[in-house]
Design a binder for this molecule. Structure first.
Ligand code: AHG
Ligand code: MN
Ligand code: MN
Length: 326
């Protein structure tokens, strides 16, 4: 088999030693999670822990396991000052002298575990802004345009690590023979001719009017623009976004009528995916604002999201009448 460059070599050539160390630690944790996902039946990791997380959602055993692995490896890196996870109510100080703040969705799409459908891990890395010592809210509550690296791993029919350090979007595949990541695609751009829209359409009547109008446009017949578009929805943001990066189109989790915020979490779902999307030439908005310009006010804040190729998000903006700087 013809292998691309290894992740370690690529990072050594393209990033600082500290950031490379941070990313390699996260990558290492995704290898352990990939193994756990693929061997869930043998490891007694299916089902729930019987607890609910800070969001009031049922914690799967694999959610908990994933969080512990990632947090341990972030700590072992020695460069991660603070850690925030969907599964922890509060932020955690890991290395008081570290330079980086990491926010993580350890296992995205956990409802897919029981049906052997794709799941993943999403992360973003921002610089610490306070002096060494315990981390504070100010370290985590930074606008998305402060992100210095972000990415996700998808545990699908293969395991792929996708990330950016601000110079394009790169994809590395996990080789099951030697358990190393190797480069498969660099400088990925979202195709502009995608014909797919992706949302939980069962909720359409609950979503605000602009989203309903946009979906009506997606399914209207129009030969020149190849409409109606196809609907695809996996129910794991990681998997729906991975398809969007490869095949184009748009993914939405809009706000419900009368609400401003959607379901997905700003710090460890929307911001990292928005950063990656912009790196791949696409756009990400909450309906009226570029996601990367939102100033977070809470660790587990939720956010509406419309994300994908420039033209489709642009079309949504036309319906919204929004002058968004995106
Ligand atoms: P998580 O498993 O980390 O809680 O995330 C689930 C999220 C996201 O991955 C997906 O896009 C969305 O929930 C699906 O929500 P619906 O079931 O409401 O469609
Ligand atoms: Mn998630
Ligand atoms: Mn999750």
């Amino acid at each position: 088999m013809q292998k691309g460059k290894s992740l370690a070599t690529f990072l050594q050539e393209t990033t600082s030693p500290d950031l490379s160390r941070m990313l390699l630690s996260i990558a290492e944790s995704t290898k352990a999670l990939s193994h756990a996902v693929r061997n869930i039946g043998m490891l007694n990791l299916s089902g729930s822990t019987g607890e609910t997380n800070v969001q009031g959602e049922t914690v799967q055993k694999l959610d908990d396991f994933s969080n512990n692995i990632i947090m341990d490896l972030c700590k072992a890196s020695g460069v991660c000052a603070g850690y925030l996870s969907e599964e922890n109510e509060d932020m955690v100080t890991l290395s008081p002298e570290g330079r980086f703040i990491v926010s993580v969705d350890p296992l995205d799409g956990s409802a897919n575990i029981d049906i052997a459908a794709p799941v993943g891990t999403i992360f973003s890395i921002i610089p610490r802004v306070t002096a060494p010592g315990p981390v504070t809210h100010a370290d985590f509550l930074q606008q998305g345009d402060k992100v210095i690296a972000a990415g996700y791993a998808i545990y699908g029919s293969s395991t792929i690590l996708v990330f950016s350090t601000g110079e394009g979007l790169h994809m590395f595949s996990l080789n099951s023979d030697d358990n190393h990541y190797y480069k498969t695609h660099t400088h990925v751009s979202i195709p502009s001719n995608g014909k797919i829209y992706s949302l939980n359409q069962g909720n359409l009547s609950k979503f605000e009017t602009v989203s309903q109008q946009f979906i009506e446009w997606c399914i209207a017949h129009d030969k020149p623009t190849s409409r109606p578009y196809s609907l695809r929805y996996i129910g794991a943001m990681v998997a729906d976004m991975h398809r969007t990066f490869i095949k184009g189109g748009v993914f939405l989790y809009p706000a419900a009528i009368g609400e401003k915020k959607g379901k997905l979490r700003l710090l460890y779902e929307c911001i990292p995916m928005a950063y990656l999307t912009e790196q791949a030439g696409g756009r990400a908005i909450n309906g009226s604002q570029r996601i990367l310009e939102i100033m977070p006010t809470e660790l587990h804040e939720r956010c509406a999201i419309i994300i994908g190729c420039r033209d489709m998000v642009g079309k949504y903006m036309e319906f919204a009448g929004a002058e968004v700087n995106a």
